[in-house]
Design a protein around this ligand. Structure first.
Ligand code: SAH
Length: 559
């Protein structure tokens, strides 16, 4: 029984909603809370108190005995915004109750026990088909009970707090198994079925052949990731229908590509018909992998099954300029999805709280860029889900290019854009980027100064708004004055210049000045410098670059 206690009218209203929803499970304790709480504590397995946590703590303190015996207690605040699991989170079921109450009242469940607080991935949210005891295994994970991971197939999973051994198991398998009582089967799309068919082969025949092959090999159709065949059969109705019924894409390859794949069972018939000695085996094997079912035939169709090697996943994630609310939800999701995070130590510190328990963090200091890129790619190639992180946008003067220069096509790559410094600074300065603009890094560490200077000159001549990244460091102090001088050759001394240091970080500072007045000594590596074009104005202290001269003029005229 769940005892319900409230003190105020708002509390009573929420209490009554719970009581109405769960008439069999709940009992309302009226009267002064000083008496109601102890009475409910003695009589119920669980309590929901529509009271401040402090008040409940004081009332409960003298009553507590031991973890195993005490009821689970949930507190709901006066505003009905939070359902706090206060006592007996696991044993007393208060964590689960907080979630249930939260769902019913539209309140946020607040759970502070270690595993829950950091947000475990739900087994039903991994994007893989699953079977078996999902509720029981999820609960075991949440309660911190040992859950073993048996990965028969390597697959890029998010970090799961799993043990070597446990009463509960998560099995990653493409085998046709029946899940045990305390087991969840996750089905990775690890199988590729190569198919061939004569013209007009019925869908039933193709499907029957595939299903028979899988069954005899002890494999599950739920792990078929795709069908593969030769280009000439891309529209063959029986094959197309079979892919549709299995709910997987059909990929096709040219006869030349297939002819180049070494197969155990080549034959003359397809060579004559479509120009390759093998369709089913070659199409299944083309991306690499292990041939589990060699070619088998029915009257009009052929099929072969390959287990493809795990495809790792490399997410290149921009963290934004600093502030947490400028880190996109997608970036946060990728960080939680990764089991390996690679990045500069200071960036890792910035997002450590977002990582799930069990995430492997490979951090390194400044400068080790290529090593970081190589590490990230190597981890992905080993089949892991990897997040390579960078500040701002990870593709702007950052890790994306060295990483992708290393990467081969045997991994999946996902880019998550971030708010780059020029944009963060632009928003602070006003609207400096309202017309054509360019970013130029003044770091001549990897780029010869002549190249940089040529680009600055071109930007000056083209009247582009220019944002300088890496504008100045202790050892590099002459480049910024030089670049500004080039721009001054084409722009008035009064041209607005915005200087933003540590955009969106706690010690953010910014100022708007002019080409003539800017003191380069006030600029460092935490700063971007945005120089306006010949139309940029300072209006009410803000930097404004008009959208377009003609457009602006016509607006003026029509006023
Ligand atoms: N990938 C990053 C840029 C890396 S280059 C991005 O997209 O923002 C490093 C340079 O970026 C620094 O020298 C500085 O010029 C600029 N920068 C990065 N973050 C900044 C911030 N929060 N405020 C001001 N400038 C920043």
């Amino acid at each position: 029984m769940i005892g319900l206690i409230s003190a105020t009218a708002a509390g009573a209203a929420a209490r009554d909603r719970l009581a109405a929803a769960w008439p069999e499970r709940t009992r309302v304790y009226e009267g002064p809370v000083k008496e109601a709480v102890p009475a409910a504590f003695a009589e119920c397995e669980q309590l929901v108190c529509f009271l401040a946590t402090g008040a409940v703590v004081r009332l409960l303190a003298p009553l507590l005995t031991e973890k195993a015996a005490d009821p689970g207690v949930v507190c709901v605040d006066e505003g009905g915004r939070f359902a706090v699991s206060l006592l007996g989170g696991h044993g007393g079921g208060a964590n689960e109750l907080a979630r249930e109450v939260g769902a019913l009242l539209g309140a946020e469940p607040v759970v502070t026990t270690a595993t829950d607080a950091v947000g475990l991935p739900g087994l039903d949210t991994l994007g893989l088909p699953y079977e078996g005891a999902v509720a029981a295994v999820s609960r075991a994970l949440l309660d911190g009970e040992p859950v073993a991971l048996a990965a028969e197939v390597a697959w890029p999973l998010p970090p799961l707090p799993v043990a070597d051994d446990g009463a509960y198991t998560i099995r990653v398998t493409d085998r046709d198994a029946v899940p045990g009582e305390r087991e969840v089967l996750l089905r990775p799309p690890s199988l590729v079925v190569g198919v061939g068919a004569s013209k007009g082969a019925p869908a039933e025949e193709v499907l029957g052949l595939i299903e028979g092959a899988l069954r005899e090999a002890g494999l599950t159709a739920r792990s078929v990731g795709r069908l593969a065949t030769v280009d000439a059969k891309a529209g063959e109705p029986g094959i197309v229908a079979a892919a549709e019924r299995l709910g997987v894409p059909l990929v096709t390859y040219s006869a030349e590509e297939l002819a180049g794949v070494a197969v155990p069972n080549p034959s003359a018939a397809p060579l004559a018909a479509v120009g390759t000695p093998s369709v089913a085996e070659a199409a299944a094997l083309l991306g690499g992998g292990e041939l589990l079912v060699p070619k088998r035939k029915s009257a009009m169709a052929t099929c072969a099954v390959v287990r493809r090697p795990a495809r790792g996943r490399l997410a290149v994630v921009g963290l934004g300029p600093g502030a947490r609310d400028l880190l996109t939800p997608r970036a946060a999701a990728e960080l939680r999805r990764a089991s390996v995070v690679v990045g500069l130590d200071q960036y890792v510190d910035q997002i450590r709280d977002l990582l799930r328990p069990g995430t492997r963090v490979l951090q390194s200091g400044l400068g080790a860029e290529e090593e970081r890129a190589r590490t990230a790619v190597a981890q992905a190639r080993a089949g892991h889900a990897v997040a390579l992180i960078g500040s701002g946008d990870a593709g702007v003067y950052a890790m994306a290019s060295p990483a992708l220069a290393e990467a081969s096509d045997d991994i999946d790559v996902v880019g998550v854009p971030g708010v780059t410094a020029a944009l963060a600074a632009g928003a602070i300065l006003g609207a400096p980027l309202g017309h054509d603009h360019v970013s130029i890094s003044l770091s001549d560490l990897h780029t010869p100064w002549e190249v940089i200077e040529r680009r600055v000159r071109a930007a000056a001549e083209a009247d582009l708004v220019v944002t300088f990244y890496n504008p100045r460091s202790r050892g590099r102090d002459w480049q910024l004055p030089k670049a500004l001088a080039i721009l001054a050759g084409h722009r008035e001394p009064g041209t607005p210049v915005g200087v933003v240091r540590n955009a969106s970080r706690p010690d953010e500072s910014s100022r708007v000045t002019t080409l003539a007045a800017l003191d380069p000594a006030s600029v460092d590596m935490m700063t971007v410098v945005t120089v306006g074009n010949t139309a940029t104005r300072i209006i009410a202290g803000r930097m404004v670059t008009p959208r377009g001269y003609r457009w602006q003029a016509s607006r003026e005229e029509s006023k």
